[in-house]
Ligand binder design. Structure first.
Ligand code: PEP
Ligand code: MG
Length: 755
């Protein structure tokens, strides 16, 4: 049975369109089950009816013509119940409805199963037989399995249709939403420009080399041309990124080097393969190796190699560079956006980014955050090849893309874009103004940084410190561990730029979805594995070098704070403190004059919430990483678009945890900060302030909105709101109550739906 199923699924997946896929299914299922009829009815949301879309056994003329209301007939009955209906004598069932057009009066037995996708009934799959009999269990489970496979195919076809604004029956559909994950905050409306791979390595045939020298020369010219392109692109980005950050492009240059890909391809040519074939083999070998590593970061390396391979191929095929035309308000869409692609669009025209693959930790998302471009990652259901030239809405706050926006939705997002622009323009006034509530409560707003490019935007927007400097970012854009001296220089850059404001440097937080090419970590459950402090305590040499570099960098500035990620036990803090003190005395022995910096613990896992009282005794402050805390409390992968709707930082469990941490800090008389994305959500910030948070640290994009809102509210009102929502038992209710109250206070303009 399993083999048959696999065969059918394979055939269905390679069908060119939905109608072919449905015809394959009805024919194959009828044959495999030995029934007289197999039919598929699809639910058409516009009309609310089930339409007969394919059949083997009923009259073909009825296809597309016969339809049933959602509560009509046995088909409607299956859809309503959302479970199989197995009848020996269909006509005897009260829900039975006879259609003369189909000729189904001859069939007695009926087995119908719903086709469900993400809880939605998409249709019903039916088999019928003349003979009166009950279908047995194995037949029922076969049909259920078949329908589960069918659901994915239909959902894909539906997404493809709706991208063109068409539902099943040809009716117009609007506001089609594709759920993904946030890459960089902000919203944008614009015209999609799809960047397709410039050339297809997969279709390169084998061919013997005719003239060895000519082929080698051809390769050299292609490599040189790509090298030039890379330099041009890197130069274009150089006004927005610092030289150190452009090091990302060095990785590409190095791959192109004669001793790397270049020499391997030449060797392939020398062994008799033409340049294109040799390139294909070398790229495939590297891609397979990286992809097998099963690690998201290394898979990204695979995409870098693929990207380079396609660019070289384009030159080998003499296609050269494709000149894309970029409209004003370009939204760049690609299966796998690479940092290099950002450089291809003139800066003033690029308003948004959508990548089908990748997560919030991908390089391109890190760059987009530094450049302030709203970005959505992991839009796996978006039929991206079909959206070129279409109007899209990119919601980087929630990780959503919309196509065919209705006038209302368009207006809503235009308002958001305008408000964002106005807030930034009005910021010159707000920039200097402190974040103080109407009743005089001072709420310090800090920023999260990673690249040096983040600094200017942060200071422009009136940041009062850095609550989280993600030190893994400079590690990720290198191809080896940076030395103590290199780290010292990078950290000095951050500390100097913000001086005298405090800068909180987090010790290296790799693992999970953040890995280093030169330090691969392969695990089945990376988010529950070797992550954050667990890695650095197992490698004290990494921890010590980093801490020494931080301490030395702070000489004469003394605005450093150190923070420990992924703490789940007190002994991890003890060990880390021991290492920090050791690094401190080593640095002092070297004659460096620094103060011992404040040290804090990040609360990111449930265990740390329950031990917040003990943890806070050991350090100078606690900082809540709500991104991970939400992920671990709710057991929802923060990078998985399939469960994105379950990821909710306003979940009562998250709020209760935050209240508990705040209380531990208050009792200990130590400051609590929040540095997850939640702190940058204006409505959530109101609650965090009311809980007694001492610092909110967020991305620079959201800082003006949070400041604007907190300056228009009283702490006493915020506390009353917290008292009200903390009693609620459901995240949606929390959000709607909070938003309604803020709207009633006239503060609705900066609210976004939090997840
Ligand atoms: C967090 O988990 O909330 C956090 C700030 O850290 P990161 O997003 O880097 O994991
Ligand atoms: Mg974290």
């Amino acid at each position: 049975m399993l083999t048959t199923l696999r065969r059918i699924v394979q055939e269905v997946n390679s069908a060119k369109d939905l109608s072919t896929a449905l015809n394959i299914i009805v024919a194959q299922v009828r044959e495999t089950m030995g029934t007289e009829v197999c039919s598929v009815y699809l639910f058409e949301p516009g009309s609310g009816r089930y339409v007969l879309m394919a059949t083997k056994g009923l009259n073909q003329d009825a296809v597309g013509r016969v339809s049933l209301a959602s509560n009509e007939g046995l088909v409607g009955h299956v859809g309503n119940r959302e479970e199989p209906v197995n009848l020996e004598d269909a006509a005897a069932h009260p829900k039975y409805r006879y259609f003369a057009e189909t000729g189904e009066e001859r069939f007695a037995s009926f087995l119908g199963v719903p086709i469900l996708h993400h809880r939605r009934v998409m249709g019903v799959l039916v088999v019928q037989q003349k003979e009166r009999r009950q279908f047995d269990e194995s037949e029922e489970s076969f049909l259920v399995t078949m329908s589960a496979q069918l659901a994915g195919v239909i959902a894909h076809a539906e997404a493809t249709g709706s991208i063109r604004g068409l539902g099943w029956g040809g009716e117009a559909v609007q506001d089609t939403r594709f759920v993904a994950v946030p890459g960089a905050p902000g919203v944008a409306i614009g015209q999609a420009v799809v960047v397709l791979p410039p050339a297809d390595l997969g279709s390169v045939p084998d061919k013997p080399v005719a003239d060895l020298d000519a082929e080698l020369a051809l390769l050299q010219r292609a490599l040189e041309a790509v090298r030039q392109d890379m330099q041009t692109l890197s130069r274009r980005l150089s006004s927005q990124l610092r030289p150190e950050e452009l090091a990302l492009f060095d990785v590409y240059q190095m791959m192109l080097d004669d001793s790397a890909l270049g020499s391997e391809i030449s060797a392939g040519i020398r062994s008799g393969q033409w340049a294109q074939g040799a390139l294909r083999d070398v790229v495939n070998a590297h891609v397979n190796r990286f992809e097998m590593m099963d690690d998201p970061y290394l898979r990204e390396r695979a995409s870098d190699v693929k990207d380079l391979g396609r660019r070289i191929l384009a030159y080998l095929q003499e296609a050269g560079k494709r000149e894309l035309v970029f409209p004003e308000n370009t939204i760049l869409v690609s299966e796998e956006l690479s940092p290099v692609m950002l450089g291809e669009v003139p800066k003033e025209k690029l308003v948004g980014l959508v990548s089908v693959l990748g997560s919030g930790s991908s390089h391109v998302a890190i760059l987009a955050r530094a450049m302030g471009i709203p970005t959505v990652m992991g839009a796996v259901d978006l039929p991206y090849t079909r959206v070129d030239g279409m109007e899209l809405i990119v919601d980087g706050n929630h990780g959503e893309v919309y196509s065919n926006p209705s006038p209302e939705l368009r207006r809503h997002y235009y308002d958001l874009v305008r408000e964002e622009r106005e807030l930034i323009q009005g910021l010159e006034k707000l920039n200097e103004a402190p974040c103080v509530t109407l009743d005089g409560h001072r709420m310090p707003l800090w920023v999260n940084t990673g690249l040096l490019a983040d600094v200017a935007r942060s200071l422009d927007r009136g940041a009062e410190g850095v609550g989280l400097y993600r030190t893994e970012v400079p590690f990720m854009i290198q191809d080896r561990f940076p030395s103590e001296k290199e780290q010292q220089a990078t950290y000095r850059g951050q500390l100097e730029a913000f001086h005298p404001l405090p800068v909180t440097m987090r010790s290296l937080d790799i693992g999970g979805d953040k890995a280093l090419t030169y330090f691969p970590i392969k695990e089945d459950n990376p988010f529950l594995g070797w992550r954050g402090i667990r890695v650095t305590l197992d490698h004290p040499e990494i921890f010590l070098v980093q801490t020494r570099a931080m301490l030395k960098a702070s000489e004469g500035l003394n605005n450093l704070r150190i923070m420990l990620p992924m703490i789940s036990s007190v002994y991890e803090v003890e060990e880390a403190l021991h290492l920090i003190h050791r690094a401190y005395s080593e640095v002092c022995d070297e004659g460096v004059k620094v103060h011992m910096p404040p040290v804090g613990v990040m609360i990111e896992v449930p265990a740390a919430v329950y031990q917040a009282r003990e943890l806070v005794q050991m350090v100078d402050f606690l900082s809540v990483g709500t991104n991970d805390l939400t992920q671990y409390l709710l057991a929802v992968d923060r990078n998985n678009p399939r469960v994105a709707d379950l990821y909710h930082s306003l979940h009562p469990a998250v709020l209760q945890a935050l209240v508990k941490i705040a209380s531990a800090c208050r009792i200990a008389g130590k400051p609590m900060s929040v540095c997850g994305e939640m702190a940058g959500d204006p409505a959530a910030a109101v609650l965090l302030m009311a809980m007694g948070c001492d610092v909110l640290s967020m991305n620079a994009t959201n800082l003006p909105k949070v400041k604007w809102l907190l300056r228009q509210i009283r702490l006493s009102d915020a506390k009353a709101l917290l008292d009200e929502v903390i009693e609620l038992d459901n995240p949606y209710l929390v959000q709607s109550t909070l938003h309604l109250a803020l709207r009633n206070m006239g503060l609705g303009k900066v609210l976004t739906q939090t997840r």
